[in-house]
Design a protein around this ligand. Structure first.
Ligand code: ADE
Ligand code: ZN
Length: 322
């Protein structure tokens, strides 16, 4: 079987970050939004480094104005994922970009996304679940409003709560109120850490936010006692190797610590993060891992079983996907 056709489970995908550039350009034209600086001449997203990437990402979201725009985005994203064999995916949704954290507006956006996701599941057999994600550099107060949106809409579709954005801004503990609210509402928890912050950032997220998964987490490799602790506690890493290489964290796939983390029995999974920004797809991630570490079809099957075990979905969904 080709790696493209292999059924895949993805746990770490930013919804706006998965928007094809052509989709964003099309909406910009329809709505006469000026997106100067967002694209290179060849039409790809333009960014110099991680902080610039975050600002280009936010600029691109300016064209996503209505629930209907997000419904269209849902189909564009899921078509692309399904084309690469993805059968189950979780995506980060931010009420900051969906109605400005207003609960009434958020409900409408979420409804539109959920309805379209259900239609895509019928059409393409791909299942989507949502993880509400405040943006770290927007600060803890906005995160509380975001957590309230999440807590009020938890359900079959909305199953998780996370934290994305600039890891250099603030500490996980600043967000404990929001994570406590999300946990009490029944949401499963993850947090970006150990991407731009070192091992201490991962430790802080595990201790202060009591998350069961970490977004990236790869810099745990700089502290082998922490690696052992992650393995022992069964904390799952949502590893996005292509994103890390594209953003300059590692020189190439061969220099990426995913293989070492796996050998040290950390539960690793593989995702794309923001695929069109980083010129990647789930197929490309698998091909690059195959080329760098000779991971074969059996390795990828094991990887996907670990991912579905760690998925923020109910057991009936898990059994169906497995
Ligand atoms: N938002 C979108 N992509 C991100 C990443 N790789 N890290 C943190 N926040 C993000
Ligand atoms: Zn991410």
């Amino acid at each position: 079987m080709s790696l493209k056709a292999l059924p895949k489970v993805e746990l770490h995908l930013h919804f706006e970050g998965a928007a094809p550039p052509s989709f964003i350009r099309g909406l910009a034209q329809e709505k006469s939004v000026n997106l100067t600086g967002v694209f290179n001449e060849d039409g790809s997203y333009a960014f110099r480094d991680f902080v610039h990437f975050l600002s280009v990402y936010e600029a691109a979201t300016e064209v996503l104005k209505t629930p209907q725009d997000f419904a269209r985005l849902t189909r564009a994203v899921l078509e692309e994922s399904a084309n690469h064999g993805v059968v189950y995916t979780e995506t980060f949704l931010s009420p900051d970009f969906c109605g400005g954290r207003d609960l009434g507006a958020w409900r409408e956006y979420l409804h539109a996304i959920q309805e379209e996701a259900a239609a895509c599941e019928r059409d393409m057999g791909i299942t989507l679940r949502g993880i509400v994600t405040p943006i770290r550099h927007f600060g803890p107060e906005k995160a509380k409003e975001t957590a309230l949106c999440a807590a009020e809409t938890v359900g079959d579709f909305l199953t998780g709560f996370g934290l994305a954005g600039d890891e250099a801004k603030g500490k996980p503990k600043d967000f404990d109120y929001s994570f406590d609210m999300a946990r009490e509402a029944g949401l499963r928890l993850t947090c970006h850490a150990g991407e731009w912050g070192g091992p201490q950032s991962v430790r802080d997220a595990v201790r202060d936010l009591r998350v069961e998964r970490i977004g990236h987490g790869v810099r745990a490799i700089e502290d082998l006692a922490l690696v052992d602790e992650l393995a022992e506690k069964g904390i799952v890493l949502e590893v996005c190797p292509g994103s890390n290489v594209a953003l300059g964290l590692y020189r190439s796939f061969r220099h990426h610590p995913i293989e070492e983390l796996r050998k040290r029995e950390v539960k690793v999974t593989v995702s794309t993060d923001d695929p069109p920004f980083f010129h990647t797809t789930m197929t490309r991630e698998y091909e690059m891992l195959n080329a760098a570490f000779e991971w074969n079809e059996d390795d990828f099957k094991t990887l996907n079983l670990a991912a579905i075990d760690a998925a923020f979905c109910d057991d009936a969904t898990r059994d169906r996907v497995r």
